[in-house]
Write a protein that binds this ligand. Structure first.
Ligand SMILES: NC(=O)c1ccc[n+]([C@@H]2O[C@H](COP(=O)([O-])OP(=O)(O)OC[C@H]3O[C@@H](n4cnc5c(N)ncnc54)[C@H](OP(=O)(O)O)[C@@H]3O)[C@@H](O)[C@H]2O)c1
Length: 255
């Protein structure tokens, strides 16, 4: 892998844990990691797997290795086979322990319907119990099943108030948050004023058709401006790290 921006002093393999380190000053930082084809598709045949490659997986694993919580939408859980919890990786074990983090990130599934398989390994075999972020008026029997399966964070009624949920996670010391999509959840997080950073893997292929883009939701009016922070390249993939200049974000910094 090569780092093009910021330009390094020497052409050495970048240390992804350093390149993607969460900012030390923030006690709440939400980054999204998404993959897109060169023509903007976030899905290939309904999934993201066809867009991915070894280089992309390397970044995916590094971002998971740094996070406290992985936020994921229920449709992605249902369609992408998110049946497994995040696994501890030797490579990140020491840094996680030093940072006071458990061996693996916690997965937090966002769902109002709670149409989720609470018997899947994602719930039953997680090293750190999986969190369900939902609403108080979710179907009562499903809510009971969610409580039995792990931690439940109730964030209002109707649709989950994601700013509230993210703030509660940060207050509980789990502020390094990685949103892995899908496009509807990412739109909701951004509209909630909680998206700080977008990590995008641009996959070297054209998909065509009518696939979703990495964000699918209401217009941002005005558009959210981004500042390019990092650019890496490997195997024809481009890996960008953009910071969101979001006046509504209300950054939580150490005080
Ligand atoms: N390219 C990539 O990097 C990437 C990444 C992830 C996924 N994907 C692809 O994207 C597609 C799925 O994405 P998607 O956008 O359709 O779905 P999604 O964002 O994964 O999930 C949407 C679901 O999440 C729950 N949800 C989201 N916001 C909520 C809120 N504020 N309150 C309560 N529940 C909320 C709802 O679940 P309930 O219906 O249970 O209430 C909603 O139906 C798949 O094709 C997947 O392969 C691509």
């Amino acid at each position: 892998m090569r780092q093009l921006i910021p330009r390094p002093n020497r052409d050495v393999e970048p240390d992804l844990a350093v390149v993607y380190a969460y900012p030390g000053h923030a006690r709440r930082w939400v980054r999204a990691n998404m993959v897109s084809s060169a023509d903007g598709a976030a899905q290939a045949e309904g999934k993201s797997a066809g867009l991915s490659g070894e280089a992309d997986k390397k970044v995916f694993r590094a971002l998971r290795g740094l996070a406290d919580v992985i936020l994921v939408g229920a449709t992605t859980v249902r369609t992408e086979g998110y049946r497994q919890p995040a696994v501890p990786r030797e490579q990140y074990a020491r840094a996680r322990a030093a940072a006071g983090q458990p061996p693996a990130a916690t997965i937090a599934v966002v769902s109002a319907s709670l149409d989720l398989d609470f018997d899947a390994p994602l719930y039953r075999e997680a090293v750190v119990p999986t969190i369900t972020i939902t609403v108080g008026d979710a179907p009562p029997d499903r809510l009971e099943a969610a409580h039995a399966a792990g931690e439940v964070l109730i964030a209002g009624t109707g649709r989950a108030d994601l700013a509230f949920a993210i703030d509660r996670l940060a207050e509980s010391g789990r502020g390094r948050i990685l949103c892995e999509g899908g496009p509807h959840l990412l739109a909701a997080v951004a509209h909630a004023g909680r998206l700080d950073e977008l990590c995008l893997a641009l996959s070297p292929q054209l998909i065509g058709g009518h696939a979703m883009r990495v964000i699918d939701g209401r217009l941002f009016e005005p558009p959210l401006p981004l500042a390019l922070h990092t650019l890496l390249v490997e195997d024809g993939f481009l890996f960008t790290r953009h910071l969101v200049a979001n006046p509504r974000a209300g950054h939580a910094t150490d005080s």
